[in-house]
Design a binder for this molecule. Structure first.
Ligand SMILES: [Zn+2]
Ligand SMILES: [Zn+2]
Ligand SMILES: [Zn+2]
Length: 360
């Protein structure tokens, strides 16, 4: 048994958000929560009845934007027909006792990622992905500019029935909200605290550790090796400008994060010429996940510094990233009741398996 195959049972603390911890328990006994084999994803190229397919444009609200701007579209943004937030609902905040509310003001849009119905990200051309990231960036910027009440624009993608995608046609969603979501707020605030203490961005530190750290942790009493940290143990992909990392405290078995190697807090300020590089890292990472999982169904989302006055000083401390969370299990009562994520695959082993995939 090699070191990395030893069973792991430990609680790992998320370095960015310490209140969020993960029980990494690779023992078989932890496994009954595995989901049934997920419903297969829809791989058809064209579906006559699909509102997002080419030729069916009349079935959606008119396009807010298309990319390219003229000719056949490759990416198309439309209003979400079933928005979770809508800008026609500018209600004053209503509060009664402990029943606090913030009105559901905001925008909810759908970005049709590709004309081809069931195409997966790793099957898309890199120049297409580059266009998709540019579209994310442009639409986020427009939404922030459209109304100063919007404090956060979240871009995310649900892919496959196991990840909650209700329309099979590949698409992303953009939600602009008057509040900064808790997850982002915690990351931003904690990284600001880290920066005040250490004068460094915690994400940059994490990247440096992933790239250069090598250590052996010994048990103090027995002197036995508790953990060996190898160079690049958590690195899945690396290019000139981006890195894909398996987080040490991964909440999901196959979770991977993609970050720019150089410090950048705001996705909106990412240079367009870097998107070719991001496209390559994204495609290759997705190809690895798809190969290891036999068809990845996942959520991914983009975290970038919020455009709200309270976060004006977060430029040096926050670092934008994409979190990819493949869905391979369903949370149990233990997870919901404790708030502790349970991960049954050691992140080191998962990273090794992902790295071992041959990708073209
Ligand atoms: Zn379709
Ligand atoms: Zn940084
Ligand atoms: Zn994040």
């Amino acid at each position: 048994m090699t070191d990395s195959e030893k069973p792991v049972r430990e609680i790992r603390i998320n370095p960015i958000v310490p209140s969020e911890s993960v029980l990494v328990a690779t023992a078989r006994s932890m496994r009954p929560k595995k989901a049934e084999a997920p419903a297969p994803r829809d791989t058809r190229a064209h579906v006559d009845t699909c509102p997002f397919c080419v030729g069916n444009e009349a079935m959606t609200p008119p396009a807010i934007a298309t990319y390219p701007a003229s000719g056949a579209w490759e990416v198309r943004i439309v209003e979400n027909l079933y928005p979770v937030l809508g800008d026609d609902r500018e209600n004053p905040n209503l509060t009664f006792g402990l029943q606090q509310t913030i009105d559901g003001y905001g925008r909810h849009e759908v970005m049709i990622d590709h004309p081809q119905h069931g195409i997966a990200v790793h099957e898309m051309r890199e120049d297409h992905l580059r266009l998709l990231f540019a579209a994310y960036q442009e639409r986020m910027e427009q939404l922030y500019k459209s109304n100063p009440r919007l404090r956060y624009v979240l871009v995310f993608k649900n892919f496959g029935p196991a990840a909650g995608a209700s329309i099979a046609h590949t698409h992303s969603q953009i939600i602009a909200t008057p509040v900064v979501p808790d997850n982002v707020q915690l990351e931003v605030e904690n990284s600001r605290i880290y920066f005040e203490k250490n004068h460094r961005c915690i994400f940059c530190t994490l990247i440096d550790e992933a790239l250069t750290f090598e250590a052996t942790l010994y048990d103090r009493e027995s002197g036995e090796i508790r953990r060996k940290i190898d160079v690049g143990q958590f690195v899945i992909e690396r290019s000139r400008k981006f890195i894909a990392i398996k987080p040490f405290a991964s909440r999901f078995e196959w979770e991977v994060h993609i970050l720019p190697l150089s410090h950048q807090s705001d996705f909106l300020a990412a240079p367009a010429e870097d998107f070719a590089d991001l496209a390559r890292v994204m495609r290759r990472t997705m190809a690895r996940l798809d190969a290891v999982l036999g068809g990845a169904q996942y959520n991914y989302f983009l975290h970038s510094v919020p455009h709200a006055p309270a976060f004006g000083d977060c430029g040096p401390s926050y670092h934008w990233h994409i979190e990819i969370c493949p869905r391979t299990s369903i949370p149990t009562g233990f997870e919901l009741g404790s708030g502790l994520f349970v991960n049954t695959v050691s992140p080191e082993v998962a990273a090794g398996k992902l790295r071992a995939v041959a990708v073209d």
